[in-house]
Design a protein around this ligand. Structure first.
Ligand code: ADP
Ligand code: MG
Length: 506
């Protein structure tokens, strides 16, 4: 019994980004298909198209040679195609059994049959060797088990193709091993076509029958694992050696390196395995790494949100060990996180109110809030970031780019010594993006402040940062690089978790 799911010349554009550019790929039942590529290569986009979560601009998807239209995930489900994304879709407050039976409860004579559901759930848990019982609340389980439960839940639904987006990033080595073995078994014993999106060569080579590598939305390599070498795959992922990044618009940092404001020495946590960096006044330090490498964790550690088990930090010459974000803010650290909506701002508040919120106590005297002063400070801060749009409305109604500018001006109002930015231009249109890049450089180069910038976009990082730190699997890989000495290809090579990639002068 064979069967294949195929992408035929699929293209998908988002604004100015051609995320997929005529992609062909064939997923066969009974095989594990490793889908590899650098950040932004188009892996998740391809998965979304193959699972009906998004639609191509052109090209076709076929099953066993016949074109299928996957207008929505339900269409894909009906065809036996299921995706498991990084953001798991399970509900934390429910039990394993409740999650497994969410949309299709078992009933007996019109009543929920909990006992029957629990029996089925326990059988499923045993079958996939998941260490939990039907009545365990999901919140109490490690991520690895939740991942497997999500897979098991997909397999209950007669799945023919199972597509997983970077499922191993949050797992420990033993958990990864277990998950990969399970996927291999599911492919061969249950005749499922498994697509494994993963950027670790070891993992893919250990289970995949076939590998496809995407680079900038194109397939640069596709073949059976027996026929391609790791060097081939590395070369495909890294892409062509490109010209040094255009930096005409770049206002160079002062030649002399500024005073070190923040020094992070070998910090460790559950997910960080030794990261060191130095952020200097007047400079932008860029942090690069692949999904799951720990980029954002480093920022969260500096912001007092990651529990450290080792290492130390020094801020302005003094030992620095923030117990909470409030602590970090008091010490002169400001953070604009990747999650604008969830931990960024209060959607119903106007930009002005959002901007002054963290520093309201500054506008109090004799226990009275001086609203006029707060308002004036907010207006001054907002004026500096050149917002286009009506400020007399809730911030939620502004465009993503303008929201981000509001958050930047809010961070500036805190007069931070160190400004932490996580993906500051994610999902922002190209014009506003360029403005935000200018702002970031102004903020850093203006004086006695350091900016630490995390971005998955290589061009952005090379264009905006002065120095670059690469993180691999929770560790900082070597010294800081000067951005002007790096190309996109070199950055990708440094980020790949492979000693071969680091040595091969690709
Ligand atoms: N919804 C979206 N809006 C705008 N750009 C997007 C969207 N989704 C993806 N992109 C862009 O398309 C490119 C491919 O993204 P993605 O498929 O997520 O890559 P990968 O999963 O390989 O890291 C990236 O440049 C990304 O920024
Ligand atoms: Mg992705």
């Amino acid at each position: 019994m064979t069967g294949e799911l195929a992408a035929r010349a699929l293209s998908r554009r988002y604004g100015n980004t051609l995320a997929l550019d005529g992609v062909d790929a064939t997923i066969r039942r009974g095989e594990v298909h490793g889908l590899m590529g650098h950040n932004g290569a188009g892996k998740s986009t391809l998965l979304r198209l193959l699972t009906g979560a998004d639609r191509p601009d052109s090209g076709a998807i076929t099953i066993d040679g016949s074109e299928v239209r996957l207008a929505r995930p339900a269409d894909a489900h009906a065809a036996g195609i299921i995706a498991v994304y990084q953001e798991l879709s399970l509900i934390e407050n429910l039990t394993v059994s409740e999650n497994l039976f969410l949309a299709g409860e078992l009933t007996t004579a019109g009543r929920l049959d909990r006992a029957a559901m629990n029996r089925v759930a326990d059988d499923l848990l045993a079958k996939y060797r998941i260490d939990a019982t039907a009545t365990t609340v999901l919140r109490d389980l490690p991520v690895a088990s939740r991942q497997l439960i999500e897979v098991a839940s997909a397999l209950r639904r007669n799945v023919k193709y199972l597509l997983l987006d970077e499922p191993t990033t949050a797992l420990s080595p033993t958990q990864i091993e277990e998950l990969l073995q399970q996927l291999k078994r599911i492919a061969t014993e249950e005749n499922v076509g498994v697509v494994l999106v993963d950027h670790r060569l070891d993992e893919v080579f250990s289970v995949a029958d076939r590998i496809t590598a995407l680079t900038d939305g194109r397939v640069l390599l596709s073949g059976s694992t027996a026929q391609v070498t790791r060097a081939d795959v590395e070369r495909a992922i890294i892409g062509h050696e490109s010209e040094p990044t255009a930096r005409a618009a770049r206002s160079a940092a002062p030649a002399s390196t500024g005073e070190t404001l923040l020094s992070v020495r070998d910090i460790r946590s559950a997910r960080l395995r030794g990261v060191s960096l130095e952020a200097s006044a007047g400079r932008v330090l860029g942090i690069y790494g692949l999904v799951g490498s720990g980029r954002s964790r480093v920022l969260r550690a500096i912001f007092g949100e990651e529990r450290l088990s080792g290492g130390e930090m020094v801020l302005g010459g003094h030992p620095y060990a923030p117990a909470s974000p409030a602590d970090a803010i008091r010490s002169g650290i400001a953070f604009v996180s990747e999650e604008r909506k969830s931990d960024g701002f209060i959607p119903e508040f106007h930009p002005r109110e959002n901007v002054t919120l963290p520093v309201l106590d500054r506008f109090q005297s004799a226990g009275i809030l001086r609203l006029g002063r707060a308002r004036a400070a907010a207006e001054e801060a907002l004026g500096r970031v050149r917002i286009h749009g009506d400020l007399q409305q809730p911030i939620a109604r502004l465009s993503g780019g303008n929201q981000q500018k509001v958050l930047l001006s809010r961070a500036m109002l805190q007069s931070p010594r160190v400004l932490l930015l996580d993906e500051p231009t994610k999902g922002i249109d190209i014009g506003t993006k360029a403005e935000i890049h200018d702002l970031i450089r102004e903020l850093a180069h203006g004086g006695d402040r350091a900016v630490v910038l995390v971005s998955t976009e290589e061009e952005e990082l090379l264009g905006v940062a002065d120095d670059i730190l690469v993180i691999r699997n929770g560790r900082s890989a070597g010294r800081l690089h000067r951005a002007e000495d790096l190309t996109v290809a070199e950055l990708r090579r440094l980020a790949l978790e492979s000693p071969e990639a680091a040595l091969a002068g690709v």
